[in-house]
Design a protein around this ligand. Structure first.
Ligand code: OAD
Ligand code: ZN
Length: 355
């Protein structure tokens, strides 16, 4: 018997080919994604022991790295936040991953109901997924908005500036500061304000004119659109695909327990989901790019991406001992060279942020 509050698994779905069949026959697919779908293009995830941002920051001296993404930390030390933000910025020449291309393909096949993404990298848009199909549960990096006067800084100005923040600290509002972020332009002496001018007046004054990214910080409400959209989707959806998320962060993780239990769930990730109450029908364990490529191939869908070889490479599918529905999926040939894992925070800087 499943524990109380635990969804009862749909026992008729357990194999890789069941996953393929579900994709083929479903017409209103909800896809819930996390940082794991962007790791292959050089953006680290948060919690993986090898390469995740939080373990990395821990090694660099932050006792509670998650705390850096709390709105209270931002409000007390925006400069510190902007110094570490650098480590999750997409590379300048970032390309979408095969998994983004797969989600776009699901859309092109008319089967995508909604992609609930926890990612702030906006690669969904870059992949061509229509904004009407996307809910950015944790916001997006851009645009920026002044926390004092609400002045918005468009993505095209804000994103390039974010790369400089590691050195120069938090971007400031030109309306409040009379100095456009990063422009280096000077303003008439009488009007010019120095950084830290308000330091003695308490943190509210100190933070005057700081630009905040469009990210949902811990302690802030997730996208307002999430709940009403989910309420609508629940009535229509016929498949839930969860890709590359540890499901550790509520309320997004609650989506799994909120949707009707008769809707089949497929979980694709490097690691098994250990969340209480979460019981996907089929778990496909391995690199999501490899898994979606194989799912698409078996479904007879043409998934095109520069990282996908023209001639399909064989994969092995091995069922975990003692289970029927958990399968380890591996490419038999070595995968294409991964973009280099980045750790862009110099030790000195983080040490000083932390102090
Ligand atoms: P996590 O880092 O918690 O989880 C990423 C998951 O993806 C892990 O389970 C990895 O094993 C898996 N993964 C990594 N690379 C993969 C790959 N190539 N193929 C398949 N799976 C892979 O990231 P999220 O679940 O997205 O919130 O984190 C949720 C939220 O926690 C983030 O949105 C962020 C963070 O704190 C805020 O900042 C508010
Ligand atoms: Zn302002």
């Amino acid at each position: 018997m499943p524990a109380e509050g635990t969804r009862r698994r749909l026992l008729q779905y357990y194999s890789f080919d069941h996953a393929v069949e579900l994709l083929q026959r479903s017409s209103n697919i909800v896809i819930l994604t996390g940082a794991g779908i962007s790791t292959s293009v050089g953006i680290p995830d948060f919690r993986s022991e090898d390469g995740g941002i939080y373990p990395l920051l821990k090694k660099q001296g932050f006792s509670d790295p998650e705390d850096l993404f709390h709105i209270d930390s931002f409000n007390t030390d925006a400069n510190g936040f902007y110094r570490v933000l650098n480590c999750i910025l997409p590379p300048e020449d970032v390309r979408i991953s095969p998994t983004h291309a797969f989600i776009k393909l699901v859309q092109d096949l008319g089967k995508l109901l909604t992609n609930y993404t926890q990612n702030i990298d906006q690669l969904e848009e870059q992949a061509g997924i229509d904004s009407k199909h996307i809910i950015h549960c944790h916001g997006t990096l851009a645009p920026g908005k002044c926390i004092t006067c609400g002045h918005r800084v468009k993505a095209k100005y804000f994103l390039p500036f974010l790369r400089k923040c590691q050195k120069v600290g938090a971007p400031r509002c030109r309306v409040c500061d009379q100095k456009p972020p990063g422009s280096g332009k000077t303003v008439p002496k009488s009007k010019k304000r120095k950084r830290g001018e308000w330091e003695d007046d308490g943190s509210e004054e100190e933070n005057r004119g700081i630009i905040k990214p469009n990210i949902v910080f811990y302690g802030e409400r997730v996208a307002d659109s999430l709940s009403p959209r989910l309420a609508e989707d629940i009535l229509k959806m016929d498949l839930l695909l969860i890709i590359g998320t540890s499901l550790k962060v509520a309320p997004v993780s609650n989506i799994l327990v909120e949707i009707p239990s008769h809707v089949p769930q497929i979980h694709i990730s490097l690691k098994r989901c250990q969340m209480r109450g979460v019981t996907p029908d089929i778990e496909l364990l391995g690199e999501c790019d490899v898994i979606v490529e194989e799912l698409a191939r078996r479904a007879g869908w043409k998934l095109k991406h520069e990282m996908i070889p023209d001639a399909p490479e064989a994969v092995s599918i091995e069922t975990l001992e003692g289970s029927t529905n958990k399968h380890i999926v591996r490419r038999l040939k070595p995968p294409p060279a991964k973009f280099e894992e980045r750790s862009k925070i110099p030790q000195e800087d983080t040490a000083s942020v932390h102090r």
